[in-house]
Design a protein around this ligand. Structure first.
Ligand code: FAD
Length: 507
């Protein structure tokens, strides 16, 4: 059922077995899974059914590091969260992304790819891409679009596209009908109150923009506020401890990661007749549950053993100029590459050549100085606004350029193309377009001195407080994060069901 928090009596108290804060991709997935599980659930959502300026202003913040996108416009404060405008690109992380790599700072998730696999299967249904099936050879065969004849050093991969699922439109009705789920709209979590020993949450305290206050008491609590707000609310909950909640080691907000996108910085000269159709976004043989085809888009990465032996970060490269997708900023996509680059490439390639560019989506390594912090500015609820100091470790740029050189070598050796990585410096040409992938600021790990949550997504310091979303990613791989966010949410819902042995509050 839905309740407008503005209609509550001031100071109202609600009780539940589980309280989930944030009704975006992650929060709605958990609430849907907990339906009919014998548990009572309160889902707190800052916004209402539609995105409006009055609530959107709560996402305002400052960018003090790499300045690429507007954090107010990117993060939607309404039911369904940022899925209100996500673009639907889906790919799971690779098994290698979960492994410890001695050359990537703090890499190695405390869970394995195989642990997440059953939940990836459920996540595919949730984001409406059908079965979990990521077999490039099978896709190429079924669609009659050939893979490039490269060596086994190249990992042929592809994206699948969600419609994209707008979680509010697709799932709000199911939550509205669920007798055991109360969805409070216009309900902002402002403070996490702990018990005297500071080891358990006693309440999530909230407020509407109109000033109505409320308190939710639950057995277990989940923060699902998005990759930046999860950290913000923990840091801002300092009514009992100056460092905030779950922040005894000063890790909350640190290790913030994005997916650096390098647009059009790698030119490829190839025979004009080269068949790149698999690398163009097009319908495939995969089907959604309603029978409509799922679109796929081929991409190239490096095989895990090559990546490991060369000590490189993960990346995926798609071809621009063959209809292979475009930057999420909505910049017009052209079938031609920028003229100066095209001219140079074609001069090198000769008369029978075609030219295109690669868009590279990269992993970044966890970097302690990259972080979400609080400012002295207050939002209309009286909460400190965030400053996002996004940084990339200097060695990451070097590694990514090296990765392109390895890719170029492979394309050349296969006789497919000559590849042009501009400049002798270590830097790519990085066009500043939005990624909108917010990861790492409450990272998962076994060691509390460099992580915030454990393998169950439970905070190391507060027994009944869980966090979910991109902020718990240990490392981010290069895949768009939402499929993994939804898989982690399904996994956490199962954990909560198991942990909440009694349907009553407590334990
Ligand atoms: C332009 C754009 C394009 C994108 N395209 C893709 C893509 O193609 N593929 C992909 O994988 N990902 C994409 N993403 C990222 C994707 O949108 C996010 O990964 C996903 O929405 C995160 O889900 P979430 O539930 O963690 O957070 P959100 O969806 O942001 O949900 C968080 C919810 O918490 C609520 N909230 C926040 N603070 C409070 C508070 N104090 N109290 C109560 N409620 C609160 C918010 O209102 C919101 O409803 C894109 C992002 C952007 C910006």
């Amino acid at each position: 059922m839905f309740i407008d928090a503005r209609t509550l009596a001031d100071g109202a108290t609600l009780e539940a077995d589980v309280c989930v804060a944030g009704a975006g991709a992650a929060g709605m997935t958990i609430a849907l899974d907990l339906r009919a599980a014998g548990l009572s659930v309160v889902l707190l959502e800052s916004g209402g059914p539609e995105r409006v300026d009055e609530t959107q202003v709560l996402s305002e913040g400052r960018m003090i590091g790499i300045d690429t996108w507007n954090i107010r416009a990117m993060r939607i404060r309404a039911l369904g969260g940022t899925t209100g405008h996500w673009a639907g690109w889906c790919r799971p992380l690779t098994p290698q992304d979960f492994e410890a790599r001695d050359y990537v700072n703090l890499s190695g998730w405390p869970i394995k790819y195989s642990d997440l696999l059953p939940f990836y299967r459920r996540a595919c249904q949730t984001v409406e891409i059908g079965e979990f099936d990521w077999n490039s050879a099978a896709r190429a065969k079924a669609t009659g679009r050939p893979l490039l004849p490269v060596s086994a050093n190249i990992d042929q991969r592809y994206y699948q596209f969600s419609p994209p699922t707008r979680f509010s439109r697709v799932y709000a009705a199911a939550l509205e009908q669920a007798a055991d789920v109360r969805v409070l709209t216009f309900a902002n979590v402002r403070d996490i109150r702990l018990n005297q020993q500071r080891g358990r949450v006693e309440s999530f305290d909230g407020r509407t923009l109109e000033g109505t206050t409320f308190h939710v008491h639950a057995g277990r609590y989940v923060l699902a506020l998005g990759g930046i707000e999860n950290a913000r609310v923990l840091l801002a909950s300092r009514s009992q401890q100056p460092e905030g909640v779950a922040n005894g080691h000063g890790n909350v907000g640190r290790y913030f990661m994005e997916h650096p996108h390098y647009y059009g910085s790698v030119g490829v000269v190839h025979p004009a007749a080269l068949d790149l159709s698999f690398y163009r976004r097009a319908p495939s043989d995969l089907k959604r549950s309603d029978g409509t085809p799922v679109e796929v888009l081929g991409a190239l990465g490096l095989a895990a053993d090559v990546s490991r032996s060369e000590k490189l970060l993960n990346f995926s490269a798609t071809f621009q100029g063959v209809g292979a997708g475009r930057p999420p900023s909505g910049k017009a996509q052209s079938d031609a590459i920028p003229s100066s680059t095209a001219q140079e490439l074609l001069m090198r390639g000769g008369g029978e050549s075609g030219a295109t560019e690669l868009t590279v989506r990269s992993e970044q390594s966890p970097f302690r100085d990259s972080r979400v912090t609080l400012t002295d500015d207050l939002d209309p609820l009286g909460m400190p606004r965030v400053a996002l100091d996004w940084r990339i470790a200097p060695e990451d740029d070097v590694r990514m350029r090296r990765a392109m050189v390895v890719l170029a070598r492979e394309l050349g050796a296969a006789g497919i193309a000559r590849t042009w990585v501009p400049g002798d410096s270590s830097r790519f040409v990085w066009r500043q377009d939005p990624g909108g992938h917010h990861m790492g600021a409450t990272r998962m790990g076994t060691n509390p001195s460099v992580s915030v949550v454990n393998a169950d997504s439970r905070t190391h310091e507060v027994d009944n407080l869980y966090i979910t979303g991109g902020s718990v990613f240990t490392t981010g791989g290069d895949s768009n994060p939402t499929l993994t966010i939804v898989a982690l949410a399904h996994r956490l819902a199962d954990t909560l069901k198991r942990a909440t042995a009694s349907p009553k509050k407590g334990a």
